[in-house]
Design a protein around this ligand. Structure first.
Ligand code: SAM
Length: 223
């Protein structure tokens, strides 16, 4: 008997996840297609593969998590992407959202501060076949000046206040999504640069792991 490729084995579960996202109000067809194309089970620890297509956050090691799919979907829908963007992602984590973005935009730049996660994500992204991703191991609160400005910036961890270097790296007409607030609860804020001016709007309460870095939380800071 010939074994089925892993992607095919989980195809039914992946289609059910896409249906769940539709039921939760996600309408952007390109976003839904990206979820259909991205094998989430390859971005979670092997022992959790059977839960990969639940709409829940899961641990990925080093005290970090892969976010809930409906949160990723909402983030991506809010950015109203047209496929031509250059996007900066702060907090690669498992690399799952990186690959979703890879299907949705022209070029993705992603930064992770934990070496072990960076390495795991690098391998998973390579396996996915997405080829428009540039990765950096470092402090994403500083942004990635070499390739700035960006049409969209997604911050995937909670900041105590908005990192100034990231604001400076939003292109004209660009936007940034960033969770801001306490360590255990934040407000998701969207910034836009229009005619050279930045405006911002609160979107929803959210809960992310802390953004640790020069313009984020201290590594050893206690609450
Ligand atoms: N979206 C990711 C996914 O699909 O797996 C999940 C991201 S996880 C919620 C947040 C990530 O941000 C963690 O991997 C954490 O190590 C990383 N992080 C925290 N502070 C960072 C910083 N200053 N620069 C880069 N990455 C950071």
């Amino acid at each position: 008997m010939v074994a089925r490729p892993v992607e095919q084995e989980f195809r039914g579960a992946r289609l059910r996840l896409v249906e769940t996202l539709r039921e939760r109000g996600i309408r952007d067809l390109a976003v839904l297609r990206a979820f259909e194309q991205t094998p989430r089970h390859q971005f979670v620890p092997t022992g959790l593969r059977h839960r990969a297509y639940e709409d829940s956050a899961l641990p990925i090691g080093n005290g970090q998590t892969i976010s809930q799919p409906s949160i990723h979907a909402r983030y991506l829908e809010l950015l109203a992407l047209n496929g031509r963007e250059r996007v900066l992602e702060v907090g690669t984590g498992s690399g799952y959202q990186t690959v979703l973005l890879g299907h949705l935009v022209e070029q993705v730049f992603t930064i992770e501060r934990i070496a072990a996660l960076y390495q795991q994500a690098r391998e998973a992204i390579q396996r996915s076949g997405v080829a428009n991703v540039s990765m950096l191991l470092g402090d994403g609160t500083l942004g990635w000046r070499e390739y700035a400005p960006y049409d969209a910036i997604l911050v995937s961890a909670g900041a105590p206040s908005v990192p100034e270097p990231l604001l400076a790296q939003i292109a004209e007409g660009g936007r940034m999504l960033v969770p801001v607030g306490a360590k255990d609860e934040q407000r998701l804020v969207i910034y836009r640069r229009v005619n050279g001016q930045l405006d911002h709007k609160e979107v929803a309460p959210v809960r992310f792991v802390p953004l640790v870095g020069h313009h984020g939380w201290d590594k050893d800071e206690r609450r």
